[in-house]
Ligand binder design. Sequence first.
Ligand code: B12
Ligand code: SF4
Length: 640
Amino acid sequence: MGRKSRTKGALPRAGESLQNVWLVQPPVGGGPSDVSPPLGLLILASIVREAGFTPHLVDLNLKSKQGRLDAKRSLRNQFVQSLPKRASEVDLIAVTTWSYNFDVTMEFVEALAKKHPQAPIVLGGPHATFVDEEILRRFPSVSYVIRDEGDASFPALLGALRAGAQSAALAAIAGLTWRREGEVVRNPSGGVVEDLDALPYPAYDLIDAEEYVRQHPVLVVEAGRGCPYNCNFCSTTNMFSRKYRVKTPARLVDEVEWLIEQTGSNRFEFLHDNLVASKKYIKALCAEIRERNIDVDWSCTSRTDNLTEELAQEMFLAGCSSIFFGVESLSADRQAWTGKKLKPLKIHEAIELTRRQHISPNLGIILGFPEESDEELNLTISAAVRWTTEPKVQAEVSTAMLRYYPGADLFQEADTLRFDPLAARDASALQGYVIREEWRQETRLFPLQAIHTGPEETQRNIVRRDLVRTLLKLAPHTFRACVDALGEAPRELLDAWSQDPELLAALAARSSRLRTTNACVGALRGWVEARDLPALTELIHCEIPFCGTAAPMIDPGDELEHVVLPKRFVQDELLAWARGGPAPSELPPGTSILAMRSGPEAIVWFTDKPQDLIDVFQQSYRDDRAGTLNYVNSLRRGMA
Ligand code: B12
Ligand code: SF4
């Protein structure tokens, strides 16, 4: 087929030569570790290979996390160069879509549609599934949308295209949205994959697993799909249905063993939005892992009201090292509003029992609920600060803003979304990328570049989110001292820190994550210095050794550094004070603080022989870099 531009009704048709199928994962934003093998595409790759096609995978997310995608240079060129130049090698382009990055995704699609007009472009995934008709009406560059799970419909589409794209064949494909004589047609949805055991293993041979492990040391394996609950901010139940489906333990563990063999890595996230919803299944899975006696370290997701102590114990014994709980809010009213309906008391219990069973609790909270009162916000933030610092919990807390995703019940209010430059930059999957002018008002298509709150509220929520996210990671004990020892209300603290001019400038520029991080730390430091409290100053220096003397952060990396500072207080007493206990007493002279850093992390000891400790660590670092870094990071959390 010759080169010509796409217009409505003049779509590329691959025909019987259709062979090379390019599966593309666009960048998803977030931090350097927000990357994992794109599992949905790897499963589709295996399926299309079995159907007689040749799959290829392009992971632009990995590329961007490796710093090999730069929004300041021509994105169009970089996207085009990620696929072969020759038309004969590109027969079809299949792109996964998320809402966050749909603007960057469409930049890719528009660039490739121009470069390879002969190749149909197919979109699927959790964004296109719910705005399929809008996409086809707005973008002639997109040929087809496959809604819901693509495991059966995608190979069916490829088969139909190879056979000449007859209307009757296309009309028979469940979940396909397409154009018939220029009109957008939405075929009825098909069912979900009932027997997940029947899915092939993901095509890990198409990726370099080591590169992923280097970037983030945990690989993913799909345990199942579908969640029986239906929270109003989550699209999972509309995408994968409310039917809890899992691979049988034998099939899942076979796949895990196969992956260990293929990749050499034994750290996995068992992907399922709510794996612990079935206790019976978890017990059977743990029994299978223990029976086979395999050395595997895994994590999964649970609701706090699904986990029991007995179950957590079994999970620990079977190698479970961390569980993610979407806690969202500590207010019973917000829980009711979201439809999640977790009971605050149970949340505390589940988190504590998880740690008691030697499993790390990983928690998610949401900021920016409509009509959330100050007390409700204070409850959630105080709890997050305590969970992060309390020795019997030591949780990792991640903080997100409430957003309206297509497919979530909240999206029924999509007409309240308005384009907002700050929200758009906040969602941007590539630093420095700005959504095209002509797409800004298309708020259903680009809902994460818009928002339901007015500009002031949006700015306030973003700054609060940045502060909570950064300070829980870098200075949680200092944060806690402000709340407990000094008795300040979290909301008032956040609002006071939010006034910091450098933080506002960083928000306006949104130039780099590092600058925002530094500005958040700077805002806390300014506040601490104004208090002129020696114990508080000491605490912030324990957590961020360079605070106030040099740029408080270095780029995330793996360098191990040290700094020796004069010290004043006994660490245990200092931390007890942070939690609202009596004021700390001073140490005898001559003792030093030794702070070790690995990337942005820092840990601190009190010692009168700092050089000895430095020597031990330098040696350990030379012998086992990764082990030492892990150890340093775990010690930092265990400062208490
Ligand atoms: C792993 C994961 C991640 C990983 C990265 C994954 C990667 N590819 O590198 C990380 C940790 C980086 C991540 C981050 C985030 N994630 Co996430 N993540 C997931 C998760 C748990 C699993 C994805 C997966 O592999 N699923 C299993 C496979 C089998 O499903 P699938 O990929 O959807 O593919 C199937 C179908 O969608 C379809 N399909 C998919 N693509 C295509 C393409 C074509 C052409 C076709 C035909 C079919 C098709 O067929 C596949 C097989 O059936 C999903 C939840 C989920 N259950 O899917 C959320 C999910 C994708 N994440 C989500 C979100 C919101 C986020 C964050 C924004 C969270 C946050 N608040 O910070 C961040 C984004 C980064 C940032 N901060 O900006 C949302 C996206 C919603 C949306 N509409 O965009 C999801 C759906 C969770 C949810 N229900 O809310 N995430
Ligand atoms: S938030 Fe969790 S529990 Fe609620 S519907 Fe989504 S996956 Fe299920």
